[in-house]
Design a binder for this molecule. Structure first.
Ligand code: ADP
Ligand code: ZN
Ligand code: ZN
Length: 697
């Protein structure tokens, strides 16, 4: 008998300290273990789930004395090579380790090592659950014209033809106004793809909003019997695991999901749809900050498959790529039902606001709509009762002691059960406190709420339009299970006359009886510090306006939108009124070029967090010193000065940032690699993170 030479495996773990960890391959796995297998490995005194990157190399990164792999998770589907390539790309691009990308891509139940008491394997349980109850997600029934399949119009048809003709890697930008029938085009294309290849899987990414049930229902009606997996954060853990495995096993042919779904390993992926591609929720804001839209394009290129990005207001990055000929534009310039876009009125709101924040013009329009039996939507992007509580006699404001923000006044008790209760809640750290009976500074008992949020507007609307049935939708409502769906269903069904709400109402919904949209206080984004604020505002206002007057001309009147602002002469509103995305986008691009901002330059942002602002700034100054010494940063790299973040303190921690930019993406990444290696050597108690292509600066 000869002693066998040990075989080692490189295993990726969700641990930031090394790119992989070396383990010994036990004899019983020597023949079977492959790259991309999921394994259970010892880690400290516990165990972890890991992904095998390579079998057979020499050890380089052992966490401790090299120990053997505990077991192979045989029931876990081995992802295909293209998936690992995507993980590798993301790791390189965002300068993180593969394990930090790959492991969070597993649902929590599947990436948690089994406890000693656990019976059976989590993957097996999830698979059994998925097979027992194939997810088709047919929810409540929402009446929609396209339940009987409609005839595509000429623009939709040529968009569809272009998509069907696409072979290999192509990126199409489907630029279609609100209600132009983009979803109809996706569904036809998907039907075609699934028919052409009976194994094929299609991934459809959607923003993180209350939209998935409606879409899933529409899909269920269109593809009866098709196994559809819906992946989003509102699911329970067991459902999430079951749907994930249905997708990863290749059984689910259509996968509809929010940003995380871009990392689901889909063995037979044939095409990707990114709906509302401009939406900020495609950006992951915890852990590795990736853009799911960007990764979707990379995934498509790695697999040589087509991807379509759809929006009424494409992201400037996408618009610019189209102008440079990298993406093909498909235009849907008309509404599919034949409805025309709503008339938009910009109303000067500089005077004192009337009840419910409505100007005279808005109130008259609402009364008219209600009289005619039409529905109205009031949009205000601020939840709670009032953004701040104040003392008129000494100037005290309800500042959050731990954040650079005010605590927001919320009504917590039910309105109907007499005597609402209130509390003060911070929207940044989440802390809440009772409302003081008297001013903590001067004892004045007459504390006043300043400004209005959704709850206050709702309350005042009830007083203003006593006969009307009024609903509200915001994150507070949506946090109660089923509550958001209930409001949306009632509004669809016509048992509500008015809804007031935030962003959640703005996107995607196809309300057939809504004729009037009123936007209160459109100004929040106009003069914000962040360079993307105008782009976001234009897109939000376009989306919310697009809810009005969607039904066919015979069925409903032309929609009307009233936008209240204190800056009516701002050019953004002229473009909005003219429904001129192109003009607006081209003007913004010119500004960005002038100012040296994306998509003309590439950004990386180093964020630091510490107990004291000075500490965070000192760390960033040291980091800046490293970058500028020895020419680490070449001439093409600009390293700015450290500054406090716009929200300088959250939950008692001070936050600061340092911006780096370059006209060359490649040089930026070269620089960041070298810089990160140096930063790793800095002794510091400061928590820091580097972000590529930051969403906000
Ligand atoms: P978008 O995704 O662009 O907002 P949708 O696909 O939701 O648009 O379509 C908007 C509305 O128009 C829906 O009610 C849909 O049923 C309807 N619709 C779509 N295509 C057509 C068509 N070719 N003819 C008539 N109605 C259509
Ligand atoms: Zn006071
Ligand atoms: Zn706070």
């Amino acid at each position: 008998m000869t002693a066998t030479t040990p075989i080692f495996a490189r295993v990726a773990l969700d641990v930031p300290i090394a790119p992989w960890f070396d383990y010994l391959v036990p004899d019983e796995l020597a023949d079977s273990l492959r790259a991309r297998d999921w394994v259970l490995v010892p880690w400290g005194r516990g165990r972890r789930v890991g992904l095998v990157l390579e079998v057979g190399g020499q050890p380089e990164h052992a966490a401790e004395k090299i120990r053997p792999i505990a077991s192979l998770i045989g029931a876990a589907p081995r992802p295909d090579p293209a998936w690992l390539e995507l993980v590798e790309f993301a790791a390189r691009y965002y300068h993180r380790h593969r394990g930090e990308i790959a492991l969070p891509a597993l649902p929590r139940l599947l990436r948690t090592p089994p406890s000693a008491r656990a019976r059976g394997c989590a993957f097996e349980r999830a698979r059994a659950r998925a097979i027992a109850a194939p997810a088709t997600d047919a929810g409540q029934t929402i009446p929609s014209v396209d339940d009987e399949v409609v005839q595509l119009n000429a623009d939709q048809q040529s968009a569809l033809d272009a998509l069907i003709a696409a072979r290999g890697f192509t990126v199409h930008l489907l630029h279609g106004i609100t209600g132009s029938g983009k979803t109809e085009v996706y569904l036809r294309w998907i039907a075609h793809l699934l028919e052409r290849d009976h194994q094929a899987q299609v991934l459809m990414l959607v923003p993180e909003i209350a939209l998935t049930p409606q879409l899933a229902q529409r899909v269920g009606a269109r593809f009866p019997g098709l196994e559809v997996a819906v992946l989003h954060s509102g699911l329970g853990e067991a459902d999430r695991a079951a749907r994930w495995i249905a997708a990863a096993d290749g059984r689910a042919r259509l996968v509809i999901g929010t940003r995380l779904a871009v990392l689901a390993p889909l063995p037979a992926l044939a095409a990707i749809v990114v709906d509302e591609e401009h939406d900020p929720s495609f950006r992951q804001q915890e852990g590795v900050h990736y853009s799911a839209r960007d990764l979707a394009v990379v995934a498509a290129s790695l697999r040589a498959i087509p991807v379509v990005l759809g929006s009424a207001t494409p992201a400037l990055e996408s618009w610019f790529s189209a102008q440079r000929g990298r993406y093909q534009v498909l235009s849907l310039p008309e509404r599919a039902t034949g409805a025309v876009l709503p008339v938009l009125r910009i109303v000067d709101a500089r005077g004192a606001p009337g009840p419910a924040g409505l100007t005279e013009a808005a109130r008259t329009a609402m009364a008219g709509a209600l009289e005619r039996g039409e529905q109205a939507l009031v949009f205000i992007n601020r939840r709670g009762f009032a953004p701040v509580l104040s003392c008129q006699s000494c100037g005290w404001l309800s500042q959050c002691p731990d954040c650079s923000a005010y605590r927001v006044l919320h009504r917590s008790g039910a309105r109907s059960r007499g005597g609402a209760r209130y509390l003060l809640q911070c929207h940044h750290c989440g802390a809440a406190s009772t409302v003081p009976r008297a001013c903590p500074e001067c004892g004045n008992i007459d504390l006043q709420p300043l400004g209005a949020g959704t709850q206050r507007i709702e309350q005042e609307l009830i007083a203003l339009f006593p006969g009307a049935r009024i609903g509200r939708l915001d994150r507070d409502v949506a946090s109660r299970r089923g509550a958001a769906e209930k409001v949306l269903d009632s509004f669809h069904a016509g048992t509500l006359d008015i809804v007031v709400g935030t962003q959640m109402l703005a996107k995607g919904h196809d309300f057939q009886r809504l004729s009037l949209v009123v936007v209160l206080d459109a100004d929040a984004g106009l003069y914000a510090a962040d360079f993307r604020a105008p782009e976001r505002l234009f897109s939000t206002l376009t989306q919310v306006s697009g809810r009005a007057g969607r039904a066919a001309p015979g069925l409903a009147p032309r929609g009307e939108v009233i936008v209240q602002t204190r800056y009516p002469e701002h050019p953004l509103f002229a473009a909005l009124q003219a429904h001129d995305f192109r003009g607006f986008a081209d003007a913004l691009l010119a500004e960005r070029r002038e100012a040296g901002l994306p998509p003309f330059r590439y950004l990386a942002l180093l964020r630091a967090e510490a107990a004291e602002l000075d500490e965070a700034l000192a760390f960033l100054a040291a980091a800046r010193g490293l970058a500028t010494a020895d020419d680490v940063a070449g001439s093409e790299i600009m390293v700015f000065d450290p500054v406090p973040m716009p929200m300088a303190r959250i939950a008692g921690r001070a936050r600061a940032q340092l911006l780096v930019d370059s006209p060359s993406r490649q040089q930026l990444h070269h620089f960041v690699d070298a810089w990160l290696a140096q930063l790793g050597g800095l002794e510091t108690r400061v928590r820091w993170q580097l972000e590529i292509d930051p969403n906000e600066i």
